[in-house]
Design a protein around this ligand. Structure first.
Ligand code: GLV
Length: 322
């Protein structure tokens, strides 16, 4: 008998056919709407495996309903949406999709950095809203990127990929990480700093650390106040790492110059969120890995991880081993 799986969002047909060869597949058949938690709670009761997205909260209660559940395969590199301890104690393997999204996410991070520094959103609106009357000496001026100091918080694969892009812009690269990365220091010329020193010295601070209880509110008012008034904060990791009230306050008080955010504490972010009311906030809808090629690779890898676990082989991207 084929194992039963549930897929929490409509994935491309080629991925579903690949899974269907080996499994009995049920799927939430909508692309732009997450599965309601009560439906997921019913579906999980019967299945051996779950392929989910970062939009699903896989907590202890939900895991407890999965009588036959053996594996949760997350189609994302981050897995803060899954209660890892609960999975471990229930003997459920958890996998993620690292590697395949590194360069795409680094591209987006660097793009957001440039867009925020050079005020793309305001400038685009300026043209489209018919405000462009003349070339103006100081109009829509922003901050330089070339030769500036970049501070990367979280020097994992994506951090290193951002640092390698920064080299092309002759940036001075600093980083903060739980562990020093001597290889990155040698190959990328990145210099290690304690967090406070990185915040004080950088023109751009890029948040790329994973979201864990230890990194919740890692960047709050005290940290933002250490930054230069001309500096820019970029977050392409998870919203909860930057305290949003503190960020709003710091922007209002001009403690920092601008922020570029691809992630928010609550997603989708509410239209009335104070940060969205500020002209110097460039906001994106969590699209770090959103290229056609990369999303296909992530879907394939998530499917592969799931099948490997169900077929009693070791999935390549285990974050919880049981
Ligand atoms: C996206 O944010 C991911 O974790 O893959």
């Amino acid at each position: 008998m084929k194992p039963k799986i549930y897929v929490t969002r409509k994935l491309p047909d080629v991925i579903i056919s690949y899974l269907s060869n080996e499994c009995e597949v049920r799927m939430w058949d909508k692309e732009d709407e997450p599965v309601p938690p009560e439906i997921l709670a019913e579906e999980i009761e019967e299945v051996d495996g779950l392929l989910c997205l970062l939009t699903e909260t896989i907590d202890e209660r939900l895991l407890g309903k999965g009588r036959n559940l053996k594996v949760v395969s997350n189609m994302a590199v981050g897995y803060n949406n899954i209660d890892i301890q609960a999975a471990k104690s229930k003997g459920v393997q958890v996998t993620n999709t690292p590697g395949v999204l590194t360069e795409t996410t680094a591209d987006l991070t660097f793009g957001l950095l440039i867009a925020t520094a050079r005020r793309f959103e305001e400038s685009i609106n300026y043209v489209k809203e018919g405000k462009w009357k003349t070339w103006s000496p100081m109009g829509l001026t922003g901050q330089d990127i070339f030769g500036a100091t970049l501070g990367i918080i979280g020097m994992g694969d994506i951090g290193e990929a951002v640092a390698s892009r920064a080299k092309g812009f002759k940036m001075n690269v600093l980083y903060h990480n739980r562990k020093r990365k001597i290889a990155a220091e040698e190959t990328l010329g990145a210099a290690y700093r304690e967090l406070d020193d990185l915040l004080t010295e950088s023109d751009f601070v890029v948040v790329l650390t994973p979201y864990t209880p230890q990194t919740h509110d890692l960047i709050s008012y005290k940290e933002l106040a250490l930054m230069k008034p001309t500096s820019i904060l970029i977050n392409t990791s998870r919203g909860g790492i930057v305290n949003e009230e503190a960020l709003y306050q710091a922007l209002l008080e001009k403690k920092i110059y601008a922020a570029g955010l691809d992630v928010f504490e609550q997603e989708p972010v509410s239209l009335t969120h104070p940060l969205l009311q500020l002209p110097n906030v460039t906001a994106l809808p969590h699209i770090g890995s959103a290229s056609v090629t990369t999303r296909m690779k992530m879907a394939k890898l998530a499917a592969f991880n799931l099948l490997e676990a169900l077929q009693h082989r070791t999935p390549p991207n285990l974050v919880v081993t049981v």
